[in-house]
Unconditional design. Structure first.
Length: 505
């Protein structure tokens, strides 16, 4: 199953459920979680740093269970021979029971803590040291102030490598709270090591900058707990989409015929990228519809494609009939010329095929909706906007969380699948479910990447996948291509690299 995104209260319930189901103690679960976290962060640091043995680990702990995790990590660091400084933020006489037990264990192996009771107790932190932030975890429910805030700001200005455990101290786990908090009161981590699943605040642009790169540590929390939930948000780190079967008797017509509509003078390449991606993604036939200026370009660049052209040379003003096609992708390089807009409005109102609406087709839709807010979308159409295209369509939003809420509202109202592109692209279903994509990286931030995605999703529609499955499979695959290229050592990519990589997926 695809795992749901949990709230901070549900995370606590999951811990308690696991303790009961597995006959664990709370201390035992803390030991398991923090030990695995230690191994994960040391493995990553060893990959990044050849002189790790010369570094000092400065472990900052609060007095709750997040601090207890930090104490376990400090103990493992000490036992492994690393230089460890332990700094405890002492806001009360005694910490949680498990914190105090782990503090005794640290002292037993010679780790003497520095108790921070005023700003004069703050240690100096050099840029070359490694900070472990275990001050505050998911239990935090108020913004930091006083000594806690001063310590967080002291750590931030050090410019050291900061590793946060569970989540950066001061950041609320739940996006509905963190989207409005003062992020100057939060640790800015280089990396965050969290448990099992990301917190929702990790997945939005404004709050993700506090998290840095995050790593998820498996601590064997009981998976049966997740089946008891009815959460509408999911972490798309695996696909539950059944692949379409084929046999040696399969014929190209059985694999679907996709049509890509787009292109204008100087932008024919966008259609070529989409069409190549569609055919590479497995549909049996691919056709393009472009202005006549694109005919010889596509014939030369992509001989596998069939081509129809408008009589207009430089932009589309007459859209094609679509009866023979299995699915339609429209928008790459289309342009927003007045003649194109007028023809598009008439054509799209009659469209009854599975479709992907992207790029300039979205911008044209925005113009139409500004004049006629009741203009309809094709039912179960897949829209693939980035943030600016989304705001043109549905109105400017103050932050990415509010944008998602508006997307949910629009997907439910118009029976749409909205693919809101970003670092963790959000696929919103007509039911209001949200799937946060786990694949992909910065290599996707290149011209034509979105055209490739449009082609892939259109191909899956043509092959007979449902609109939501086509969107999920398309976004996941698109990101996976970038991950594969990164693992092969690519530092930069062009869109054609993703198409080439598709033949291995």
């Amino acid at each position: 199953m695809i795992a749901p995104i949990l709230s901070s209260s549900q995370i606590k319930q999951w811990d308690n459920y696991t303790i009961e189901q597995d006959s664990l103690t709370r201390l035992g679960l803390m030991e398991r979680a923090a030990t695995r976290c230690y191994h994960a962060l040391i493995s990553q640091l060893e990959l990044e740093n050849t002189s790790l043995g010369s570094k000092t680990f400065m472990v900052f702990c609060g007095q709750g269970n997040n601090g207890g995790d930090g104490l376990v990590i400090a103990r493992h660091l000490k036992n492994a021979g690393y230089t460890v400084q332990l700094h405890l933020l002492s806001l009360k006489e005694i910490g949680s029971e498990d914190f105090e037990l782990n503090l005794v264990r640290c002292k037993a192996i010679g780790i003497e803590p520095n108790f921070i009771q005023s700003e004069s107790d703050f240690p100096s932190i050099s840029k070359s040291e490694i900070v472990i932030d275990a001050l505050f975890g998911t239990g935090l429910n108020a913004e930091l102030s006083g000594l806690s805030l001063a310590l967080v700001q002291h750590i931030n200005v050090s410019n050291a490598n900061i590793i946060s455990i569970d989540l950066p101290s001061g950041l609320f786990a739940d996006i509905d709270s963190s989207c409005t908090q003062n992020l100057q009161n939060v640790i800015y981590a280089t990396n965050t090591y969290s448990f099992e699943l990301p917190k929702s605040s990790f997945l939005f642009a404004e709050t993700a900058k506090c998290v840095g790169d995050f790593y998820l540590v498996n601590i064997d929390l009981s998976p049966s707990f997740l089946t008891t939930l009815n959460n509408p948000w999911f972490w798309l780190n695996k696909l539950n989409v059944e692949p379409k079967s084929s046999s040696k008797f399969s014929y190209k017509w059985q694999k679907g015929h996709a049509l890509l509509i787009g292109g204008s003078y100087g932008k024919i390449g966008a259609v070529i990228l989409s069409a190549k991606a569609a055919l590479r993604a497995g549909c049996g036939l691919i056709s393009t519809f472009v202005p006549s200026v694109g005919y010889s370009i596509i014939q030369t660049a992509f001989p596998e494609a069939m081509i129809e052209t408008d009589v207009e040379p430089n932009e589309i003003r007459n859209f094609p009939s679509i009866e023979k096609y299995s699915a339609i992708g429209i928008g790459p390089g289309l342009g927003t010329h007045s003649g194109t807009c007028k023809a598009f409005e008439k054509w799209i109102s009659q469209l009854d095929k599975p479709c992907v609406i992207d790029a300039d087709a979205l911008n044209i839709y925005a113009k139409i909706l500004s004049e006629n807010s009741s203009f309809a979308f094709p039912k179960y159409a897949i829209l693939t906007p980035h943030a600016k295209e989304f705001d043109r369509l549905f109105g400017a939003q103050p932050n990415s969380y509010e944008r998602l809420l508006k997307g949910i509202e629009m997907a439910k109202k118009h029976s749409l699948i909205i693919v809101l592109k970003g670092a963790h692209t959000q696929i919103i279903s007509p039911k209001g479910e949200v799937f946060f994509n786990a694949t992909g990286n910065v290599l996707l931030a290149t011209a034509g990447s979105g055209d490739v995605l449009t082609g892939i999703i259109t191909s899956y529609l043509a092959q007979g996948y449902s609109p939501i499955d086509a969107a999920l499979k398309g976004v996941f695959t698109h990101g996976h291509l970038a991950d594969s290229l990164k693992n092969k050592g690519h530092k930069n990519c062009i869109a054609s690299d993703f198409i080439e990589e598709l033949k291995y997926h």
